[in-house]
Design a protein. Sequence first.
Length: 295
Amino acid sequence: MSPLVSSLNLYDIANVKGVAADLSHCNTPAQVSDFTGASELADCLKGVNVVVIPAGVPRKPGMTRDDLFNINASIVKTLVEAVADNCPEAFIHVISNPVNSTVPIAAEVLKQKGVYDPKKLFGVTTLDVVRANTFVAQKKNLRLIDVDVPVIGGHAGITILPLLSKTKPSVSFTDEEIHELTVRIQNAGTEVVEAKAGAGSATLSMAYAAARFVESSLRALDGDGDVYECAYVQSDVTDLPFFASRIKLGKKGVEALISSDLQGLTEYELKAVEALKGELKSSIEKGIGFAQKQP
Ligand code: NAD
Ligand code: LMR
């Protein structure tokens, strides 16, 4: 639907033709093409500016995102190798879970191929911001369009940390509201997984969130100088090598990490930042270890 999309190349291991035929009937400028299976992957990626990777298996009730590692790690690795070979300059949006590990895997693969540009690799955490904005607007009776809550850390359980004290417009919460909202935002993915009862995880809200992040990336690539999003990227805002925070997007990718969001945090938020670091660190190390071990 975005006028900034000139062409849309769809890749999957099966059933792409139907999806492409379906989408191609929309009266939008995007030229839709389909590519099926490994033999068509290189052609799919040639000349591409933004690659979005939502490939892999979703959770079922009772699973953590990390339970998807064994299947999705190899899928992401293979796809990113092809990106490195065919469109190494592209922005790469990683949606496949566990994002906390799949982004470090992607970084390692790109390093091994000698084409890693940390400014162009993103773990997509937009859905956490979308949820935070929705839940805060509902709770405080705010106009949804006005609400913006930065979400930092990572994309799993307690590593998802909404900075409610930085909500725009400025709004006050009781301690109970802060705890309730934080826990709901952290468990929102699980809320959907349980409601779907075995039929997968969030797809429609994820599509909405991915469309927002792609649109922001395309606006930045188009020269818009005022594009900000939260994303999980290589970072020095904490002592962890990857961390989600607000970033400024520009033509070359991440133009700035907005570290000011991490200043002046409440005691609740400071404790939560410390509490998430252990899990995030081990997820990062797991991803790096996997990529380094592979032939
Ligand atoms: P899905 O099963 O509906 O779709 C996954 C697609 O991946 C399928 O079409 C499948 O054919 C394809 N696929 C499988 N192996 C592939 C390969 N080797 N190469 C290319 N494509 C391949 O699952 P879904 O609900 O769309 O979820 C996909 C992933 O996105 C999951 O890992 C899920 O956890 C993750 N997810 C992340 C977020 C987020 O906020 N980052 C939100 C929702 C879902
Ligand atoms: C989400 O947050 O909805 C996704 O990460 C999918 C999931 O497994 O929860």
